[in-house]
Design a protein around this ligand. Structure first.
Ligand SMILES: C[S@@+](CC[C@H](N)C(=O)[O-])C[C@H]1O[C@@H](n2cnc3c(N)ncnc32)[C@H](O)[C@@H]1O
Length: 277
């Protein structure tokens, strides 16, 4: 990796506050060849993720050769170069700073993965994210929150998001880990399950009316005259529902396939089927 000096550009946050938020004592301007170019108005200053944190973020997201990984604000490209060299993934990174993109492109060529990872000078807010299997971010809380509605509406259910240092407020992470003093947050984009579902389990029909908050489900369950409660958690396209009726609690673990819930073999109740409506 090239060791580029940290370069900060005008931002809505004061310098010390921005560096403190990013968890590094990185708030200084250095002489740099890039100063000859116009300094882009960055939403986040450049502070690279330490390599051991990069490695662990990609492990947590279970990146593999099947994945297309995107890094929004890619810096010197270390996240995607590592995704390609260690995990065989393809990648696309954007950064507003042309100096970072030049470094990233050089780093990819040096690591012999220029065919797998591409970098482009582009604003992350103008970048399509729908094709990413994994999205990596080391941004700021406000930027994460601006991206959150797009992540939830544009990305495929089951896509994974891994963020260094910053969460997405009330969207609880599916996993959280402290890596060498750095917080790493991981989410799986949940499929949309809100609404009415019917589970047919042996001779009984259970009507569910579910409310969804991110990956959490909660609602009513009815079977004949009996009224009860349903609670659940979605992980991508899989759901684990706990239905309490007639003093008994049953677990229904299924995979969403269109308007159907298909039981996951060996997990929870067997011999049931679920349908929307
Ligand atoms: C904290 S650094 C993270 C770099 C890299 N992802 C890593 O983890 O090492 C944030 C990066 O976002 C870039 N950036 C800031 N605002 C941006 C924007 N609106 N669009 C694209 N990149 C941006 C900065 O130039 C910087 O390289």
């Amino acid at each position: 990796m090239s060791k580029a000096p940290i370069q900060l550009a005008p931002s809505p946050l004061p310098c010390t506050r921005r560096a403190a938020l990013l968890g590094a004592g990185a708030c200084f301007l250095t002489a740099h060849s890039a100063l000859a170019q116009p300094i882009p108005n960055l939403d986040v200053p450049y502070v690279p993720t330490p390599q051991q944190v990069v490695d662990r973020m990609l492990e947590i997201a279970k990146v593999s050769g099947k994945d297309f990984v995107m890094d929004l604000g890619c810096g010197d490209g270390r996240m995607l170069v590592t995704a390609a060299t260690k995990f065989g993934a393809r990648g696309f990174g954007v950064d507003l700073n042309p100096v970072r993109i030049r470094e990233a492109t050089e780093n990819a060529a040096r690591a012999n993965v220029a065919d797998k990872v591409k970098f482009e000078v582009k604003n992350l807010f103008d970048t399509q994210i729908k094709d990413a299997d994994v999205l990596t971010m080391y941004l700021l809380p406000s930027v994460n929150m601006q991206l959150r509605p797009r992540i939830l509406s544009e990305m495929k259910p089951g896509s994974r998001i891994v963020s260094h240092a910053f969460n997405m407020e009330d969207w609880d992470p599916d996993q959280r880990e402290n890596v060498d003093g750095r917080e790493v947050f991981f989410w799986i984009v949940p499929t949309k399950l809100e609404g009415k579902w019917t589970i047919v389990d042996g001779g009984s029909k259970i009507a569910l009316d579910l409310k969804q908050t991110f990956q959490r489900l909660e609602g009513g369950a009815e079977s004949g005259a009996a009224k009860g409660k349903a609670q659940g958690r979605i992980a991508g396209q899989e759901v684990r529902l706990s239905v309490a009726l007639n003093g008994e609690t049953k677990i229904y673990a299924g995979r969403v396939s269109g308007d159907k819930l298909v039981p996951i073999a060996g997990d929870g109740a067997a011999g049931w089927s679920g349908n929307r409506g």
